[in-house]
Ligand binder design. Structure first.
Ligand code: PXG
Length: 460
């Protein structure tokens, strides 16, 4: 082994202890205990090493969050300096601190001008929990307390806490205790799977009109907001047709329903724009942020509010009874500040838009454009999905597409690349600092994994 670190303990030792103490996310824990989880011990740039010394190119930025990659010394230095100076204080009791103020100054210099205020949280789930109360409070302040219902989308993902999972549209999460009253859902704009004979443009409009129908069914006087990811992330990296967002925006404005964009995955340069709603060209009232805000180095999220909402809450709202112990945590704020400075000053977002993003998509079209297993390549910037298909002519998907995608992901791990599988789609979202050579490696190893999968599916 040629490791850049000294493993402290045997892998099996870590695994046994892990099995004794942890309930992992979204997994059959008994099956995972039998298999033994992979133990990740080090990261540098786009690469990860496990406890066996195997190296992986991380094509998923951890969980869509390590925009700057691993091992950035400027971020660790920012954390250490802030810990020395003021490791903790809060924004209760009429106090504030420089780290959070400087972070917000920079954040709002990067955001479009119609946003002005933010409520910081520790995660994306919390951002969406805070969203529900803030949106309801806003309507109370405006004298419309009956506007309480939030509309989300089937197969959307907004987090794992109670209200966040209810906003999301993962039915299996709802069935496991993840539902609350006053939440409704409309269909997702997944043309490849559900568009039938419609053109993407027709289908996009049709999906958007479901929002209007739902608002009319519930009564516009009862609907507080519509929440959606600009593109669906965890649900399969699904891009809506171009006709979708303009129509959604028109409907929200017409019925006085707040448009709430969940930018937890799409924010901070992923699409080549600072925020994904800018890529799609619409203007949300709120933005839920997390993940790339700190490049995942420390937990931090937030709810960004438009000037219009903030003005109502500040000037007319009086006391808003809410608050989190770690809201605007100084160390997380210092890391977020260093992270955003690096993304801006090193021109990383622009590089994704002008260079590495187009490079990745050209490469993917060259390699997978005529691949027998791949029916569609979607994405922009450093974000892409490969759709598995059984019959390209009819867009018929494999009955066992989930298993095939999982198999492809497993082949990826064997080849030393981490890509994510969902419902017949393979997803890649590498760190925004990826070089062309690293993208070559990402696509090359993914091709091997996809070819191996195609053989199993009888397509090669
Ligand atoms: N909104 C969106 C759009 C997300 O993708 C959350 C909110 C919740 O954030 P927290 O920080 O509470 O996890 C998310 C999280 C995956 C995957 O495999 C995606 C997420 C989390 C874990 C795994 O696609 N997204």
């Amino acid at each position: 082994m040629n490791l850049p670190f000294e493993p402290q303990r045997q892998t099996q030792d870590y695994q046994a202890s892990d099995a004794a103490h942890h309930i992992h996310a979204f997994v059959d824990q008994k099956a995972l205990n039998a298999e033994g989880p992979r133990v990740m011990v080090r990261g540098e740039g786009l690469y990860l090493w496990d406890s066996e010394g195997k190296r992986y190119l991380d094509g998923m930025s951890g969980l869509w969050c390590t925009q700057l990659g691993y091992g950035r010394k400027d971020l660790t230095a920012a954390a250490a300096a802030q810990m020395d100076q003021l490791a903790y204080y809060n924004m209760f009791f009429h106090t504030t601190h420089p780290a959070v103020i400087e972070l917000s100054e920079l954040l709002f210099s990067l955001l479009p001008g119609h946003y002005s205020h933010v409520i910081y949280t520790n995660s994306g789930s919390e951002a969406n929990e805070v969203l529900i109360r803030t949106v309801r409070r806003y309507w109370q302040v405006l004298g419309k307390p009956q506007k309480k219902i939030m509309i989300g989308r089937w197969n959307g993902y907004h987090g794992s806490t109670l209200a966040a999972s209810a906003l999301g549209g993962m039915k299996f999460m709802h069935e496991m205790g993840g539902l609350i009253p006053d939440v409704a859902h409309i269909d997702e704009p997944y043309w490849y799977a559900q568009g039938g004979e419609l053109t993407p443009a027709e289908f996009g409009r049709r999906c958007a009109l479901q929002l209007e129908e739902k608002i009319l069914e519930l009564g516009a006087q009862n609907v507080a907001g519509f929440i959606a990811e600009p593109f669906q992330g965890a649900g399969g990296m699904i891009f809506p047709p171009e006709s979708y967002w303009p129509e959604i925006q028109r409907i929200c404005r017409q019925y006085d329903v707040l448009l709430c964009a969940d930018e937890v995955i799409g924010g901070f340069g992923r699409t080549g724009e600072w925020f994904a709603h800018q890529h799609f060209g619409f203007e949300p009232d709120t933005l839920s942020i997390a993940k790339g805000l700190t490049s995942g180095y420390l937990p931090m999220g937030g709810l960004v509010l438009s000037k219009r909402m903030a003005e109502a809450l500040v000037e007319r709202g009086g006391v808003f009874a809410h608050g989190l112990t770690y809201s605007g945590h100084p160390v997380a704020a210092a890391v977020a500040l260093a992270n955003l400075k690096a993304l801006r000053d090193e021109g990383i977002v622009r590089q994704v838009k002008d260079d590495t993003g187009p490079y990745l998509h050209t490469l993917l079209h060259e390699v997978f454009g005529n691949h027998p297993l791949i029916g569609e390549i979607q994405g922009t910037g450093l974000l892409a999905a490969l759709q598995f298909v059984e019959d390209k002519g009819t867009r018929k998907r494999f009955a066992n597409e989930n298993d095939l995608a999982w198999q492809c992901r497993t082949f990826g791990f064997e080849e030393g690349v981490i890509i994510r599988s969902t419902l017949g789609r393979m997803i890649m979202a590498p760190a925004l600092v990826a070089s062309r050579a690293e993208l070559d490696e990402l696509v090359d190893k993914t091709r091997i994994a996809v070819d191996r999968t195609a053989r199993i599916a009888g397509k090669l």
